[in-house]
Each structure stands twice: as structure tokens, then as C-alpha cells.
Design a protein. Sequence first.
Length: 381
Amino acid sequence: MDFALSEEHQSIRQVAREFVDKKVLPRADEFDRTGKMDLNLAREMGEAGFLGVIIPEEYGGTGLDTIAYAVISEEFGRGCASHATIVGAHNSLFGYPVLTFGTEEQKKKYLPPICSGEKFGAFSLSEPSAGSDAAGIQAMAEKDGDDYILHGNKIFVTNGAFADYIIVMARTDKRPGPRSISAFIVEKDMPGFSIGHIEEKMGFHASPTTEIILDDVRVPVENVLYKKGLGFKVAMESLNSGRISVGASALGMAVRAFELAVKYAKERKQFGQPIASFQMVQSHIADMHCRIEAARWLVYNACWRKDNGLDYVADAATAKLVGSETATFAAHRAIQILGGYGYLREYEVERLYREARLTELFEGTSEIQRLVIARHITKHG
Ligand SMILES: Cc1cc2nc3c(=O)[nH]c(=O)nc-3n(C[C@H](O)[C@H](O)[C@H](O)COP(=O)(O)OP(=O)(O)OC[C@H]3O[C@@H](n4cnc5c(N)ncnc54)[C@H](O)[C@@H]3O)c2cc1C
């Protein structure tokens, strides 16, 4: 058993950290305040290979393994949550399903521009009445000759405002349940496709979350991803895989909160001594450290299982659950260590606290991760 990252993975971390420290982290506050993402920066992320980490080189990707992807996600989570979601949406929610379930034509057409950052991708499952109960979606796709006609309202689409290609889940027949759901690759220029309301959120301000309106969008049959009626499988496998990167980027947020808290504790003096010398502050630091280390090894374990072809569904859910709850915990404790200053917008931990909270909600809430884990153990439910 070897707990060390390989030299290759260490150098991947180094490259990602240098990119984030130079181009992302110094602007994280600006992204949060203005709510504007920088598409040029996103394209640079593509050129640097961060948007197609797990996609083979023949389709324009970097061709790395899941551990490399987690390390990169962690570094982007440490720098800016909004930009970490671009990495996640491209790799896990668009690239992975097209690579895993797409035809050769779909892979050749859609993956290279997504990996390079020339085009942007998104994933659209959620609807107003179908969140955790994703099999309850109502958007319809009706066959018309060689096309499907899609209509319905989708919500909560990350990257929806600027995505060129969106994987959309819709029902190909009216029977309730997962077996009548199919996945489609929809292009934003297809007539009838439009962006609706853009949500105002607590954090992730530079990651637009939008409604998508499908008003009789004509999608050719060759844009069905995988098979008719097996779109729910596409969605669930994408989310299983994506949970590892959410866990990893949440870990990065926790690491950043920890770094800031430790630095502050050493510098801030009260009662004539650094607050780091007070045992109750030390206790906060020790608790943060323990949970961060636990989250890190759970994330890497899920990656290792996936890369070795082992079942990783419960491990990915565990990594996401512990990673996201650790991010919230670490940001909460960091605010405590910074005292009143931690509550001010001027200090980064305030933003980290708001952003960490989302990681417990999207790509399956913490309750849903617990269900996945418990069902795996008990084989019930
Ligand atoms: C910023 C943001 C970005 C998002 N990005 C995307 C995206 O790109 N694509 C996409 O398709 N979706 C996206 N989502 C949607 C996200 O995945 C859903 O919000 C999430 O799955 C929860 O669904 P819901 O909000 O409808 O909550 P609900 O499902 O209504 O849940 C409400 C509460 O009930 C609990 N609950 C529900 N069912 C159970 C159960 N069986 N057992 C125990 N507790 C339960 C939940 O855990 C939660 O606490 C995004 C959401 C946000 C906020």
C-alpha cells in the first residue's frame, strides 16, 4: 500500500497550483463580487488541458487518470469555486458521458472543442418538480421522422448561460419512471432553445445557473446519447463519476480555509500572545486537519477504485459527502478563528463559507449520498 502521490501526480498538482495561484485565486474575490466569469480565462484553462483531463488525447483531451483529475479539481476548488465547476461540468458532466456513451461520430464532433475550451458544455437533468427524484422529470421528446421534438422547462443548469452543447434528459414516452428517459446532445443554436431565468445565488457567483426553455427544439436522432430509454443510466453514471470531483473541489475549499485560519492564528495576538497558542484555537485547527486528511484519502480512494475498474459508486458518494461536509466545517471553523474579521466580506473565509455550502446540495444532496451509501451496504431501498 502506497499513500504517496506518484511523481507524475505531484507535478500535475504543481502545474495546476501555479495556474490557479497566478490566474484564478487572485481574482476570486472579483469573480464573487461582479458575478462575471471570464470566458478568456476559461479558454486558457482549456488550452492548459484542465477541461479534458480524463478525455483521451485522440479526442483532444489530456488523457490522464481520475487521481490527476481529483488533484486538479482540488486545486481549482482551493482557488475559485466558480472555476472549479467549469472543470467539473466539462470533465464529469459533459466529457465523461459523451466519452462513455457516445458514438464515434459524437465523440469526434463534441469532445475536441469541449476539451480545448473553444466550446462550453452543460448537463441538464433537474426540473422544477424533479430534483432528488430525478426520474420524475417531465420534459418530453417526441419522435417526428428523423428528429425528436423536445419541449419542457429545465432548471439549475450550471454553465447554462454560455454553454454551446447541453446534455438534456427528456422523456421519450409518457410512462412514469426512469426507463422512458433518454439523453440528447442539444446545441444552443437549435431553434426553440433559449435561456430563461438566471438564478441569484449565495455563492458561486461567477458560475451562472440558469433555466433552459425547450420550445419544440428539433434534435436529430443522431444526437441521442446512448440508447433510447437509457438516458437515466447516462445521468446516474455521470453523477456517480462527478461526485468524485465535487468531493475533490470541496476538499480544495477546506484546504484554503485551513491555510487562511492557520496563518491568521499565528499572526493575530490577543492577551499578549498569538491566538494559535490558545488550546481552544489549537483544537479547531486539529479538528480541521483531521477532517481534511480523512476527506483527502476518501477522495483518492474513490479515484483509485475507479481507475482500477472496481465498483466505486458508494466510495464516490462517501468522498462527496465527507468532502463537502468538511468544506463547510472547515470554513465555519476558519470564521471562528478569525473572529469578527471572519464575518467580513474583506476576508476570504466569508466567501468560502458561502461557497462550501453548495457542495452539500448539487450533484445529489448529502441526504441522497447517505441513501446511496446505506443502500450499498444494506442492499435495501
Ligand atoms: C447552484 C446549483 C447548480 C446546479 N447545477 C445543476 C446542473 O448543472 N444540472 C442539473 O441537472 N442540476 C443542477 N442542480 C440541481 C441540483 O442537483 C438539485 O438542486 C439537487 O439535486 C436537489 O434537488 P432539489 O433542489 O429539487 O431539492 P429536493 O429534491 O426537493 O430536496 C429537498 C430536501 O429534501 C431532501 N430529500 C429529497 N428526497 C429525499 C429522500 N428520498 N430521502 C431523504 N431526503 C430527501 C433533500 O436531501 C433536501 O434536503 C444545481 C443546483 C444548484 C443549487
